[in-house]
Ligand binder design. Sequence first.
Ligand code: GN1
Ligand code: MG
Length: 348
Amino acid sequence: MAAFDVIDIAGRFGLTGVSSVKELTTGHINASYKVETERGAFLVQRVNTSIFPHPEEMMENVALILRSIPRMELLYASDGRPYYSDDTGFYRIYGFVEDSVSYDRIESEDMAYRMGAALRSFHTVLGDIPGERLHETIPCFHDMDYRFSQFEEALSRDAAGRAASVSPEIAFMEGSRDRAVRISRLYSSGALPSRVTHNDAKLQNVLFSRIDGSYITFVDLDTVMPGTILFDTGDMIRSGASAAEEDERDLSKVHFMPGYLRAMAHGYLDDNPMLTPMERSLFAESGRTITFIMALRFLTDYINGDVYYRTDYPEHNLIRTRNQIKLIEDMDDFFGNSDCYDIDMILK
Ligand code: GN1
Ligand code: MG
């Protein structure tokens, strides 16, 4: 990776008087830095262009979406574009939203309800954007058949020589395949409507007011593109209805929290005029599906030798895989022996 200077990049967007630069390490894909300047705080990001091969199109999407999200500021470089690129990389800068907070874990049913209502409000606002105007920033992102084909390719190459050591995890993935592909096939066949969706709608990507806890906005808009809302409700459930974060190594801390799912479901579903009966009926199942796709992707990357996600130690992707599998097993215990979670079981 070519070296680059965050202060120099900030200057390309007209930011001067930088008093501090701090690297933020929570994202798995892009490199992020918080810079304090005489005009306030900003987020400088170097986009991972091997994962986002058409970053200009991605920034066209972001600029379009932000017309509906006035609280988020995107800076423009001196040539009038919402990015700057040179041979060291592709960069963009957002303003830090003042008095906002994001959570790593849900800690109360009230917080869970606010998360559900936040996603509903995000989908309602995005509903006004014509989906055909958005570029598909990562093709087939939530297509489960595609993810299984990547998994199979990784297994047959076994580039890091790790496949033999993860046979229980491989067996888990294969054993649940028919069920796991259901939602993405219903979407591809047109049975589930195509809407504008976030596609990384985890709890950590939502800003709430530090003052009164009200919803401000979703951030990390790189994968906003057409999809089914179930990709987002699923990610909300995956990240919000677990007692632990996806990086937690102590699996005894990973538990499914039905009360949080119930509160998120009320926040999202109650009197929501947008939903079709099929979308509503698959709400709880979407949590299983998206937790599954994450386990599959983490395991694929582990087998490939950690080439996609940022990892902090050699077993990181395997820990994430096991963490997500544990969450699925815990959800399965709660919902009992059926091949589709029943949302009415949770809403009762
Ligand atoms: C990645 O970089 P980050 O943390 O926002 C990933 C998502 C996964 C997520 C898991 C482009 O997002 O799909 O849900 O990690 N983004 C991409 O936490 O692959
Ligand atoms: Mg993301």
